[in-house]
Design a protein around this ligand. Structure first.
Ligand SMILES: Cc1cc2nc3c(=O)[nH]c(=O)nc-3n(C[C@H](O)[C@H](O)[C@H](O)COP(=O)(O)O)c2cc1C
Ligand SMILES: [Fe+2]
Ligand SMILES: [Fe+2]
Length: 403
């Protein structure tokens, strides 16, 4: 049975939720599922903005048929060719063969790569600043290259001042009946997943996101319709503010993330001791075990906090695999502007701090704080002072940065 929601008198959400997918992009756990948003504009000409993943294409087609009351859609706007939004395109074309496809040149090439249907006779190519009048509404297209993929573009509806933002401003998590961010307690219940979505999916492309934010600042936006997660019609500036911070690699909070790799528990013990000392002097701290926490959550925390302490054992003259993955991931996502410290452990030749520091050397504005604390198998009483010194140095640094 169809399941749609009205955004305003001309615009309807015709997307769907997926609660069965374990791993988004076959890598990111999504315990709360994900929504694939598609929107239908009812004007003299009707426009569908993006399709959905093949997992939910059945309900998508029911939604279209219901919302259009049996009519055929005139246009499909393609903002992004990733199959979580484009997979149902082939089915859409076979159901509505007269539909025109509004896309850019890069999307056109990708449509040909992904599908075998005749696109040339249906495509209407657009480039930066081009417009399409659908009757009451005029749509303007802006390119947003690498706000996930190179072909990404966004659309601005000047009539209702709505930005269709593609993967930007999205979030993991199903909608569960709500559609607008102001219908849920977003900050409390959804910000963590929005951050994990941003940092993992788009986090590598900070400058490109900043370019999109700049364009967005030049237009009057009253609502944002992303491809995943909630529609924004209130507090847009607050969420934009988060995007500004994330895309500039500015820490969201002055606080400490201790990322710990430990087999027998001795490195973890040092992490615990440091965390207690930090808490005692009023510093916010969180410990994550690389073996217990998926790296997508670790990356998200790394974007959140100003200080990262790497507490890691040495493993076959190298890094423990999960720690290596985390370090690789923050380098791959181009994290910047963080203060880092090290606790390393080894029973014969500890080298983990050196190996992590080498990797972090590829990143901009990474400041090292304190001496490396080296543990030989287990923490010794006299090293408590070293941890105390590190905790105080971090607290002092946070105080200075807070101003
Ligand atoms: C498979 C394996 C490989 C290891 N390789 C090294 C190494 O190359 N150099 C070293 O100093 N210690 C090495 N160790 C020892 C651990 O780093 C050391 O015992 C450390 O104290 C473990 O810390 P934990 O108690 O937090 O697990 C290795 C241990 C294991 C299990
Ligand atoms: Fe995407
Ligand atoms: Fe997506």
């Amino acid at each position: 049975m169809y399941c749609t929601r009205k955004i305003n008198k001309d615009l309807i959400w015709i997307g769907a939720n997926d609660r069965r997918l374990a791993l988004f992009e076959n890598i990111y756990p999504i315990p709360n599922g994900v929504s694939y948003n598609s929107y239908l504009l009812l004007d003299s000409k009707t426009v569908i903005f993006d399709c959905v993943d093949k997992a939910v294409s059945g309900i998508f087609f029911e939604n279209i048929a219901y919302a259009l009351k049996g009519k055929s859609p005139d246009y499909l706007v393609v903002h992004h060719m990733e199959p979580d939004h484009a997979a149902a395109m082939e089915g859409l074309i076979s159901k509505y063969p007269n539909i025109k496809i509004i896309c850019n040149a890069k999307s056109l090439a990708m449509i040909k790569q992904f599908f075998g249907f005749d696109i040339d006779s249906r495509a209407q190519l657009v480039k930066e600043g081009d417009t399409l009048c659908t009757g009451r509404h005029t749509l303007t297209f802006f390119m947003a290259p690498m706000v996930h993929w190179p072909e990404v573009m966004v659309t601005y509806d000047a009539q209702d001042k709505i930005l269709f933002s593609a993967d930007a401003f999205g979030s993991f998590g199903t909608l569960d009946g709500a559609l607008f961010a102001d219908e849920v307690e977003f900050e409390k219940d959804h910000m963590d997943e929005a951050r994990r979505y941003y940092t993992n999916i788009v986090g590598k492309y900070g400058p490109q996101v900043q370019a999109l934010l700049k364009k967005a600042e030049s237009i009057d936006i009253r609502a944002i319709c992303p491809l995943h997660g909630f529609v924004w019609r209130k507090d847009i500036a607050t969420f934009m503010g988060q995007y500004k911070k994330w895309s500039a690699y500015t820490p969201e909070e002055q606080g400490v993330l201790i990322v710990c790799a430990s087999i027998y528990g001795n490195t973890e013990n040092a992490a615990e001791v440091l965390a207690c000392k930090l808490s005692e002097i009023g510093v916010k701290v969180t410990i994550r075990d690389v073996s217990a926490t998926h790296f997508s959550y670790l990356l998200s925390d790394a974007f959140r906090y100003s200080h990262i302490v790497f507490a890691s054992l040495t493993y076959n003259m190298g890094l423990f695999t999960n720690m290596e993955t985390f370090v690789h991931d923050i380098v791959a996502h181009n994290l910047q502007n963080r203060t880092v410290s090290y606790i390393q452990n080894g029973s014969w030749a500890p080298v983990s701090a050196k190996l992590i520091a080498e990797q972090l050397g590829k990143l901009k504005d990474i400041q090292t704080l304190g001496e490396v604390i080296t543990i030989k198998s287990s923490l010794k009483e006299k090293q408590l002072l070293d941890l105390e010194t590190l905790a105080r140095a971090i607290a002092e640094d946070i105080k200075t940065k807070r101003g």
